[in-house]
Design a protein around this ligand. Structure first.
Ligand code: S3P
Length: 429
């Protein structure tokens, strides 16, 4: 079978230290802000995954000079006017963050551009972004009344808006803030639930101002941003796969170094602790994004209920949390997570169907899933659905199956973790 990997469980446990790659959300934003800031931006520990490389390639097509040297990226920004009308379509690949945030940014630019991604992007809803951008005054169109790619934008002359987000989404909030930074007046975004705040933090890191009053974020238009030196912490969403692996593989102890601990992202730590995981988080003091080490050992786990305001803080970790729940005593209920249906794949269907093939007791619900544990898993032929996080969830599952797992389209993992299997290899004794 093309692009199929045979994965088997390790003879002993998983042990050692690992530095997971840079945070995907922060890497995208650092390139975007660097491109429109005045002066040079250097980004260390940039995630060289396919999604973030799509962002670099789009901004190069917009005329920005961006150099890559090992894991360091240098962006030569020249203010908002450094972007020029692209002569080619902007290919956003598999990346929702590139597509949505760039739409916000381009809606303030007085030129025409067209965005197109892959088959998965073509199915993801964009009206949630194009609706508020139209209110700013941007001319934006696309398939099905600007709900799907390809999308075309002619920006410029924005008027600030006040907008209440109908769904909790950091991508939509960020698109609005990026447009708001270029609009006339003060833009306000109201969040129904708190979502990741990397954009707000980065506005400040690049010398701008943004204010949060309860659930409202306010940004003034016409601000000049200045180039910055950005260090990208390890991605907790990537660390999550090894945190889970350590908890479920016998005789394991793993320390993940320099992981981002932004409180809008650490829902998985809260859930694992509640499930009884043996773990320790050691935060190091510093400014900007929070950072520290996470140690996890083989654990006796209990089922739990996950929902409400916690969901945005662990939305990308739900596939691997579902696997964790198969190894917990009792029932785990995941609810209020209908957003999973519009990620890179329908992640409720993908997780339920693939984990069932391995013998898990898991059922889909309208807004999540119900998992009954503890179940021993067996090998089978499974599929990543072209979704990096489904691929890694199944690779971690193979560490506890009695017989080998055959994972189809394992290549999808390169979207966010190009060296995933090399890193896993370092932990196998
Ligand atoms: C992201 C926000 C989340 C997350 C995605 C990255 C971001 O999506 O699932 O992987 O970088 O802003 P939503 O904004 O759609 O919730």
């Amino acid at each position: 079978m093309e692009n199929q990997l045979k994965l088997s469980k390790p003879e002993h446990g998983l042990n050692g230290e690992l530095q997971v790659p840079g945070d995907k959300s922060i890497s995208h934003r650092a390139v975007m802000f660097g491109s429109v800031a005045e002066g040079k931006t250097t980004i260390r520990n940039f995630l060289m995954g396919e999604d973030c490389l799509s962002t670099i390639s789009c901004f190069r097509k917009l005329g920005v000079k961006i150099d890559i040297n090992a894991d360091e990226v240098t962006v030569e920004g020249n203010g908002w006017d450094s972007l020029s009308e692209p002569s080619e379509v902007l290919d956003t690949g598999n990346s929702g963050t590139t597509t949505r945030l760039m739409m916000g940014l381009l809606s303030g630019r007085p030129f025409h551009s067209v965005m197109l991604g892959d088959e998965s992007i073509a199915k993801r809803p964009m009206k949630r972004v194009t609706d508020p951008l139209k209110l700013f005054g941007t001319a934006i169109d696309g398939r099905d009344e600007a709900n799907f790619t390809p999308l075309s934008i002619r920006g410029g002359n924005l008027k600030a808006i006040r907008y209440k987000l109908p769904v909790a989404s950091a991508q939509v909030k960020s698109a609005i803030l990026l447009a708001g930074l270029q609009a006339d007046g003060v833009t306000e975004v109201v969040e129904p639930q708190r979502t990741r705040d990397h954009t707000e933090k980065m506005i400040v890191e690049f010398g701008g101002e943004v204010e949060r009053v309860e659930d409202t974020i306010k940004v003034r238009g016409g601000q000049v941003l200045r180039g910055a030196k950005v260090y990208v912490p390890g991605d907790i969403s990537s660390a999550a796969f090894f945190m889970t692996a350590a908890a479920i593989v016998p005789n394991s102890s793993i320390t993940l170094k320099n992981v981002g601990l932004n409180e809008t992202r650490t829902g998985i730590v809260e859930v694992m602790k509640k499930m009884g995981a043996r773990m320790e988080v050691t935060e190091r003091p510093g400014s900007g994004e929070r950072i520290g080490d996470i140690m996890v050992e083989t654990s006796e786990l209990q089922g739990t209920e996950i929902g409400g305001d916690l969901i945005p803080a662990l939305i990308d970790e739900i596939p691997v949390i579902a696997l964790l729940a198969t190894q917990a005593e009792g029932t785990t209920i995941i609810k209020d997570a209908e957003e999973l249906k519009v990620k890179e794949t329908n992640r409720i269907d993908a997780v339920v169907q693939e984990l069932k093939k391995l013998g898990a007791d898991i059922e889909a619900t309208d807004d999540g899933m119900i998992i009954k544990g503890k179940k021993s898993l067996q090998g089978a032929e499974v599929h990543s659905w072209g979704d990096h996080r489904i691929g890694m969830t199944l690779a971690v599952a193979s560490l506890i199956t009695e017989s080998p797992v055959y994972l189809e389209n394992a290549d999808a993992i390169k979207i966010s973790y190009p060296n995933f299997f090399e890193d896993l290899g370092k932990l196998v004794e």
